[in-house]
Write a protein that binds this ligand. Structure first.
Ligand SMILES: [Zn+2]
Length: 306
């Protein structure tokens, strides 16, 4: 009887471990270049996945933060990242699941960082403001939603000194060729507009230490220039948001994601921004078109870029 009880507990423990679904932190320490997913989800509520966010670690420091959806603020801290280490905050587009965490990250950030934080985002159109207008509406010391963070945009009034200063640049998302947005200290970052319905959206490519990583962001996958942009990347992150065999006006289906990764001949494909889909069907559809190494993204997962 005692033996049966023991076996029961062992089985129960194994079951709990197999179903352990809380986000577990993987360390990026000790790797020259690594990418950590802070948010592997999209706009849909998901108890395991924060909304979209990626962190590039170089020589044990968190150097590039790409997007900051809801929940990524917590993941940034869980990853052990420091605001003072960031060289660039790159924003792909201004949908809330990619940017809603920004005020949370910047609030009181002047206490942990004195240097201005370089940041880049897309141009606007009739339905989405450009990145600088968006920041003005949030942080302007007179008219912003968070007036007390006016120092983010250089406001000098005493009450508004609650954020580190941002050094803002904007990329024309309609431009056909990639734009260089950062080129310093052995790291080059380029941006290219990708089709995401009406919302101006940028993909980013980071090159450093002889390796490269491309963040595809939300896109339909219908800009052939993106395949050239991603070609030969050691790691490509693409979004797996809709079911196999379906069509969507702003997201690529799994077959398109697979085709892009295969055509671009990347070293590894990571799928992220995972929607409420039949994941097994989506992955097997993707694998019909892509035969290289594949990682299914999870929050705080770390992948060496090599
Ligand atoms: Zn999204």
């Amino acid at each position: 009887m005692k033996r049966h009880t023991h076996i029961f507990f062992v089985i129960a423990l194994l079951f709990m471990q197999l179903n352990n679904t809380s986000a577990s932190a993987q360390s990026c320490a000790g790797q020259p270049v690594a990418v950590q997913i802070l948010g592997s989800g999209g706009p849909t509520l998901n108890r395991l996945r924060a909304s979209s966010s990626y962190l590039l670690w170089i020589d044990n420091r968190a150097r590039v933060l790409i997007d900051l959806g809801g929940g990524a603020y917590l993941r940034f801290a869980e990853a052990g990242a420091k605001l003072s280490d960031l060289s660039l905050l790159a924003v792909t587009h201004l949908d809330p699941d990619h940017i809603a965490g920004l005020p949370a990250l910047l609030w009181l950030s002047n206490r942990s960082r004195t240097e201005p934080l370089p940041t880049v985002g897309p141009s606007g159109n009739d339905i989405v403001p450009g990145y600088s207008t968006f920041l003005y509406r949030l942080f302007d010391g007179k008219n912003g939603a968070f007036q007390i963070m006016g120092s983010a945009l250089g406001d000098a009034q005493t009450y508004s000194q609650q954020s580190v200063r941002l050094d803002v640049s904007v990329v024309d998302a309609a431009k056909a060729e990639p734009s260089t947005v950062y080129n310093r200290a052995g790291m080059t970052v380029t941006a290219l507009g990708v089709p995401h319905g009406e919302v101006p959206t940028l993909a980013y490519r980071v090159q450093t230490h002889g390796v490269s990583i491309v963040i595809g962001s939300d896109q339909t996958g219908t800009n052939p220039a993106f395949v050239r942009f991603a070609r030969g990347a050691n790691v490509l992150i693409m979004h797996l948001t809709i079911d196999a065999g379906t069509k969507h006006p702003v997201h690529a289906a799994p077959d398109v994601v697979g085709q892009i990764a295969q055509e671009a001949q990347v070293g590894r494909l990571i799928v992220s921004h995972i929607g409420p889909i039949d994941r097994h069907a989506a992955i097997s559809e993707l694998k019909r078109f892509y035969s290289g190494p594949l990682t299914i993204g999870a929050d705080l997962q770390c992948t060496q870029v090599r």
